[in-house]
Design a protein around this ligand. Structure first.
Ligand code: DHE
Length: 508
């Protein structure tokens, strides 16, 4: 610790004024969070990583610690003024431009098991297609759940603050997690073991697994790049800097796999472009046995903060969030549709309420396919005809929602009310009439959110977003509750079959 402090002081003194906050940071925090605040055992403490933690909450965590983590409280060692100075310090931009290069990525690699150490048969008995991974944010764990019996099979530790959907390999054996602090973990479901981990970035957005199961793509906010990993053991294959014309660099809004195209599709947050990164056979021929992983850059009229695909992955439907584009004003009010083959814009969408397209779902309505998306800034769900791209219905809800879900076998689409006084409500919408037919209130006063269906669509699993939360299982036809499992802030849950078959009612 003394050594880390000395290095930290040397680095900082060359670049910045040493305040009490800095000194106390080096004394009390650097060992777990890194001398340059880039994270170590604890998460990175840079403004870029703290955008979701309000300052008074940071002060509270420094004083009293964080439940169910290694973070202790410092109120008996530091005065309130010193705690405020520490909090000011971690919200101050770093004088050093944080770097996380190939060597740093390689050095972080941890391979816990070699493949020959693990058997090929599951060590438990259950329908392997009807398993769920439930991410429990409250104490940074995940639960593997039997989707027939609704009984936990195994509960294991994840990295701090896993965000976004964990991604399965096509056979459902492996699942990959990304934490906000850049850690990528590979978990072997058959053996119930975390097999490898690597830190691919400082501040990560999400990950995608290639359809052929060979690569994992990680989209980062910090550094500005995409990192391609070998899906077998997570060793790094390539860093793709997200740099546009004139040397401008950008955060990655998100990266997804387009299974029909053998490519990754990424949108950039600070450059109005969508990138397609092919990893398939055609490219292999081009570059002597190895995919060249060179992005094809599609230029757009606007930034895409959030996006979605049609079911065939020939089109991207995206939207800019006015508050999210680094202060840059978005040119379009709503969304746009881009044809991935021609790279041309084919339509603009009327989506005034800051849509959360990443959570959009599709279904057949009358003789057309519709896309439904919740909106962050209004209590409305937009239903859009995917042929004409016109909004055919705006469903008024009891508040802005975060997530939507349905299933091909279910007559209903579910949408949560995530914000505001009715955050404990969950709407059930009839897919034929586009009307809300029931509003559930799984636990009065506690936020309910994020739904996932069983493989056959018979049951819907809802999260109670609370440290003392639960997974509430509903009969998806009668809408009656059938079971409740206590869980620690279960943020999302992901069914193996629905995810690996790109079920129309689920996210990508
Ligand atoms: Fe998420 C998915 C972006 C805040 C929980 N969220 C995603 C994805 C993106 C995204 C791009 C798709 C990644 C994937 O699955 O591969 N999220 C954003 C934001 O831009 C936003 C609004 C601000 C931010 O802080 O980044 C945001 N998200 C949150 C939260 O505050 C949530 C509620 C709690 C948390 O974990 O931080 C949250 N996001 C989730 C969840 C998913 C997700 C549970 C997976 C949904 C799914 O069903 O696939």
């Amino acid at each position: 610790m003394f050594f880390a402090t000395l290095i930290g002081l040397a680095t900082l003194s060359a670049n910045a004024e040493i305040t009490d906050g800095t000194q106390n940071y080096l004394k009390y925090c650097a060992q777990c969070h890194g001398a340059q605040r880039l994270g170590a055992m604890g998460p990175a403490l840079l403004p870029q990583n703290l955008s979701r933690l309000k300052k008074p909450d940071a002060v509270d965590v420094i004083a009293n610690g964080r439940t169910a983590t290694q973070m202790p409280g410092f109120s008996d060692q530091l005065s309130p003024e010193e705690i405020n100075q520490l909090s000011d310090y971690i919200y101050t931009p770093s004088p050093i431009i944080p770097s996380w290069d190939m060597q740093a990525i390689k050095d972080s690699h941890e391979q816990h098991y070699q493949s020959e150490q693990l058997g090929d048969e599951p060590v438990f008995d259950a329908d392997l297609q009807n398993l769920f991974i439930v991410v429990e944010l409250g104490d940074h764990h995940a639960t593997l759940l039997d989707g027939d019996k609704f009984e936990p099979i195994h509960r294991f530790k994840t990295r701090f603050a896993v965000h976004g959907g964990p991604k399965y390999t096509r056979d459902g054996r492996y699942v990959y997690f990304a934490s906000r602090d850049g850690w990528i973990s590979k978990f072997d479901i058959y053996n119930l073991k975390t097999v490898a981990e690597i830190r691919a970035g400082i501040n990560t957005r999400n990950l995608a697994v290639s359809y052929d199961g060979r690569y994992v793509a990680v989209g980062n906010y910090l550094p500005h790049n995409l990192v391609i990993l070998d899906a077998k053991n997570l060793s790094p294959v390539k860093i793709i800097p997200t740099q546009g014309d004139g040397g401008v660099t950008s955060r990655v809004s998100a990266v997804y796999t387009a299974p029909t195209r053998n490519s990754f599709i990424a949108a950039l947050k600070d450059i109005p472009e969508v990138w397609e990164i092919p990893y398939g056979d055609i490219d292999e021929k081009l570059s002597e046995g190895k995919p060249n992983l060179v992005p094809r850059r599609i230029k757009l009229d606007d930034y895409l903060d959030d996006f979605f695909f049609n079911q065939t992955y020939s089109q991207v439907i995206g939207a800019a969030r006015p508050t999210d584009s680094g202060g840059k004003k978005s040119k379009i009010k709503g969304g746009l549709v881009i044809d991935l083959d021609s790279g041309e814009k084919v339509a603009t969408l009327e989506l005034p309420g800051m849509p959360h397209l990443g959570s959009g779902i599709t279904w057949r309505y009358q003789d057309k396919t519709v896309l439904a998306s919740p909106n962050f800034s209004t209590g409305e769900i937009s239903v859009i005809d995917m042929d004409t791209w016109e909004t055919i219905k705006t469903i008024k809800t009891e508040g802005p929602g975060f997530f939507m879900r349905s299933h091909a076998n279910s007559p209903y689409a579910w949408g949560d009310v995530f914000f505001g006084p009715n955050k404990d409500k969950m709407h059930v919408i009839d897919k034929k009439t586009l009307e809300i037919v029931k509003t559930l209130q799984p636990e009065p006063g506690k936020t309910s959110g994020h739904v996932e269906f069983t493989k056959d669509g018979r049951y819907a699993l809802v999260s109670i977003w609370d440290i003392e939360g639960a997974l509430v299982i509903y009969d998806a036809q009668t809408l009656e509750e059938i079971k409740r499992l206590p869980m620690s802030k279960p943020s999302g849950k992901y069914n193996v079959y629905n995810k690996t078959h790109y079920e129309e009612g689920t996210s990508h």
